[in-house]
Write a protein that binds this ligand. Structure first.
Ligand code: SAM
Ligand code: DTB
Ligand code: SF4
Length: 335
């Protein structure tokens, strides 16, 4: 596509991010309307199918075994339980289930076989499935894709430069390599990051530069506001001002116009007016349900009231068909 660019420079990104706020929101909202129905928001619901005890040292994460948080370790859930939760989430308007596992990487064992069964059972009730389970080999990515996984979430989290301040047990290149395997296997890519970890604006834009440099762009770009959890090295980080969230979402919308931009973790700390500005600035996807993976999220009732008030409606599953992406071909989540 001619109008989709993969060569945004840091300078261009900085100029966009620093545009006077009212101009920035207007520009992002205008682009949003050209590519998407501005009244539709895609809803995903998260299930932590394997919780805690993770070997990685991600500074933000309550599930790392290296941090002393209140998260209890749980072994992998059963297929029936997961399917039951998916049915409930579907009634609440969710079109996609996102299955999370606190793993450094997927291993070829009975837990992985169990995940493949979960995927099939959720597809059987006509919901899209996303998995977020750490690093994948080409073969594992293919197995997930063959089982019916629609999207794989694997965040870059921040800039390449700031990455080693947050995580030391894997590299930026490891992350990019998994994204390559996901794309090759025909799944869509969900990749974004977190703001509020102590990074600079330049780091935020460095992350957007890498994401927008991927060809095709990730179909979904989650922007998380750090949820500071007691017992993690980031427990005392101040909450991100809503204006930073709005600027980040608007910039992502402008440089990746076809992608779904997901207003992700941190909504509990935002006012409804703040969230409305995020939707206006191009966010068109959320995680709903009273829990994210281990931390609380607004209740379904609150979100239903918010959607009613703003005139938003949840989008349907498989809007873009069940077909898989051929390598290099974008079936981005657009109207
Ligand atoms: N273990 C897998 C991995 O790291 O890719 C999947 C699960 S991991 C919890 C998924 C994503 O959740 C992380 O990449 C990070 O962006 C986000 N996340 C984790 N803890 C968070 C927090 N406290 N606040 C905001 N986002 C968080
Ligand atoms: C993403 O970008 N955000 C979600 C999802 N992908 C997996 C996770 C947010 C986790 C917040 C901390 C927790 O609840 O444990
Ligand atoms: Fe493990 Fe993922 Fe948490 Fe990092 S973000 S500690 S890899 S669960």
């Amino acid at each position: 596509m001619k109008d989709i660019r993969h060569n945004w420079s840091r300078e261009e990104l900085l100029n966009i991010y620093n545009t006077p706020l009212m101009e920035l929101i207007f520009r992002a909202a205008t682009i949003h309307r050209q590519y998407h129905n501005p009244l539709e928001v895609q809803i995903s619901s998260l299930i932590s199918v394997k919780t805690g005890g993770c070997s990685e040292d991600c500074g933000y994460c309550p599930q790392s075994a290296r941090h002393h948080t209140e998260v209890k370790v749980h072994k992998i859930m059963g297929v029936e339980e997961v399917r039951g939760l998916a049915e409930k989430a579907k009634l609440g308007g969710a079109s996609r289930m996102c299955l999370g596992a606190a793993w450094r990487e997927v291993r070829d064992n009975s837990d992985f076989d169990n995940v493949l069964e979960m995927v099939k059972s959720i597809n059987a009730i006509d919901m899209e499935v996303c998995c977020t389970m750490g690093m994948l080999t080409e073969e594992q990515a293919q197995k997930l894709s063959d089982a019916g996984v629609y999207a794989y979430n694997h965040n870059l989290d921040t800039s390449e430069e700031f990455y080693s301040e947050v995580i030391t047990t894997r590299t930026y290149d490891d992350r990019l390599n998994t994204l390559k395997n996901v794309r090759k296997a025909g799944m869509t890519i969900c990749s974004g990051g977190i703001i509020g970890m102590g990074e600079s604006i330049d780091d935020r834009l460095g992350m957007l530069k890498t994401l927008s440099g991927l060809d095709p762009h990730p179909e979904s770009v989650p922007i998380n506001s750090l949820v500071p959890v007691e017992g993690t090295p980031m427990e005392n980080q101040p909450l991100v001002p809503i204006w930073d969230m709005v600027r980040m979402i608007a910039t992502a919308r402008i440089v990746m116009p076809k992608s779904a931009v997901r207003l992700s973790a941190g909504r509990l700390g935002m006012s409804q007016e703040g969230q409305a500005l995020c939707f206006l600035s191009g966010a068109n996807s959320i995680f709903a349900g009273d829990k994210l993976l281990t931390t609380p999220n607004p209740s379904i009732n609150e979100d239903v009231a918010l959607f009613e008030n703003l005139g938003l409606k949840p989008s349907a599953a498989f809007k873009f068909g069940r077909m898989k992406t051929a390598v290099g071909e974008n079936i981005s989540e657009t109207k």
